[in-house]
Design a protein around this ligand. Structure first.
Ligand code: HEM
Length: 462
């Protein structure tokens, strides 16, 4: 360990070793619906690297429900996609349908209090305390700051020169997280945070896996990633301590300032979130909210650039202030290009889904890839048709990019508001086109599916 590490950082790494969580129960093939029979390692790799081809292939071969063998051996993922099955998964009792377990690998970075990692009563409490910072009233207070950041970003674009919109959207959504979520506006602190946060976001799956082995922590990429965490924690804890001393929190419009004011009504001492809880939730919001929103925006710009008629309609909407149309454009791009492939729950007790009895220990997934490409749910499913969202043609549990139930993405409203604000700024200044020969296919990057070539676009001032 590093001599100058905050003891809280060291404690987190000690406690959150992902592989020490173990497998609660090993299941056999006949405990779950049929699926491919190759070894868990092969199936886990196929699921991680080739999901856009492999999951639709399994659907064609096995039908609407199938099971994938995943590592460690003895674990299974039962994949569903029909709207009625998705509804049952989302409505499942949170004490039985756990979500945090599957994210244990993120523990050393996100921390034990992370909303993504906790279950049951702990999740209920954290969600209740975080929710007010993401309700409609709070979202409206973030909007003008996001517009300002988008204007600055867009102002730096070079007309006529193709560029990777994914990179520009990543830079912009990172700024949104730092300034609107963390509430940091001091340029010196921003300059200190940007590289630390970038390195945190870019931690590779190999580093995450390696944290299960304490001895690796002293070497190469694991040591560098740990030292980066030590440095990031130091800045975040300093920011929290300084912010606690501020007397104008009520008038501040950022997520951290709001979180500092929340009080737990069920706690007799009326306590709020501790420094460690705040750190864990901030890093969670950063990791969950930055690349996801940037990716959705890059796919949207790609689709508009590809389709001049839809681009013209979106530009008209931006000029006339028709936010509903812009939201439909964003939602349709998220339908065609799911950023996250599936949401998973771990069964703590036996449960029945779609009439199929499943044992405790099974993992169940609602496949976003399959739900969004269903021809029954979304006629002409390969086409980019934002109007389907305006005509009320999209039924419940068929468009699920943000998951659902008590675990539905807490930042869903935030990212839609951010996406619409960014599109409005881009399209009221520029015409967006596709550079000659540009094409796109999804590429897996950690958990998200990003446009492989960075969604290159070319802009011309209107
Ligand atoms: C296009 C952008 C985004 C997508 C596609 C997305 C997708 C998701 C999905 C699929 C889940 C899991 C839901 C489930 O298990 O049912 C989730 C959870 C979560 N998301 Fe997002 N997200 C996005 C943006 C954001 C933003 C902007 C934030 C915060 C600023 C955020 C914070 C979170 C958190 C904290 C959770 C955990 C919720 C819980 O377990 O209670 N996300 N997101």
């Amino acid at each position: 360990m590093t001599a100058d590490a905050d003891p809280r950082t060291e404690r987190r790494f000690e406690r959150m070793r992902p592989l020490s969580q173990g497998v609660a129960s090993r299941l056999a093939a006949d405990d779950v619906p049929a699926g491919p029979t190759y070894p868990g390692l092969v199936q886990s790799i196929a699921l991680m690297r080739f999901r856009h081809q492999w999951i639709p292939h399994l659907h064609r071969k096995y039908g609407d429900v199938f099971s994938i063998r995943i590592l460690p051996e003895g674990r299974w993922l039962v994949v569903f996609n029909r709207p009625e099955h998705v509804r049952e998964i989302f409505a499942g009792d949170p004490e039985v349908f756990h979500a945090g377990k599957g994210n244990a690998i993120l523990g050393p970075v996100m921390g034990e209090h992370s909303l993504l990692l906790v279950d049951g009563a702990q999740h209920k409490r954290a969600r209740k305390l975080l929710m007010p910072a993401f309700n409609g009233h709070a979202l409206r207070t973030y909007e003008s700051m996001i517009e300002g950041l988008a204007k600055t970003e867009i102002g730096s674009w070079q007309e006529g020169t193709p560029f990777r919109s994914l990179d520009r959207m990543n830079a912009l959504t990172l700024e949104v997280i730092l300034q609107v979520v963390f509430g940091v506006t001091d340029e010196r602190r921003l300059a200190e945070l940007r590289p630390l946060v970038n390195r945190t976001v870019n931690v590779s799956p190999a580093v995450f896996l390696g944290w299960g082995f304490p001895r690796l922590q002293g070497f190469g990429p694991w040591r560098r990633a740990f030292e980066n965490q030590v440095a990031l924690d130091r800045v975040i804890y300093a920011e929290i301590a300084e912010r606690r001393r501020e007397t104008d929190l009520e008038s501040r419009t950022d997520v951290l300032s709001r979180l500092l004011l929340v009080r737990d009504e069920d706690d007799p001492s009326g306590g709020g979130l501790t420094d460690e809880e705040l750190r864990d939730q901030l890093v969670t919001l950063l990791l969950a909210g930055h690349e996801t929103t940037a990716t959705a925006l890059a796919w949207t710009l790609h689709e508009l650039a590809k389709d001049p008629a839809e681009e013209r309609k979106a530009r008209d909407a931006a000029t006339s202030g028709d936010g509903d149309h812009l939201e439909a454009v964003l939602k349709e791009a998220m339908r065609l290009h799911p950023v996250i492939p599936m949401v998973v729950r771990h069964l703590m007790e036996p449960a029945t889904i779609g009439g199929i009895d499943l044992p405790a220990g099974a993992n169940v997934a609602a496949s976003i890839i399959l739900a969004h490409s269903s021809e029954t749910s979304h006629p002409d499913h390969d086409a980019f048709r934002p109007e389907r969202f305006l005509a009320g043609d999209v039924a419940a549990n068929t468009w699920i990019p943000f998951g659902g139930g008590v675990r539905r993405c807490i930042g869903a409203g935030f990212s839609l508001m951010e996406g619409v604000a960014v599109l409005r700024e881009v399209l009221s200044v520029y015409d967006v086109g596709l550079p000659a020969g540009a094409r796109e296919v999804p590429k897996v990057r950690n958990i998200t599916s990003v446009p492989k070539h960075g969604a290159r676009i070319v802009v011309t001032r209107r």
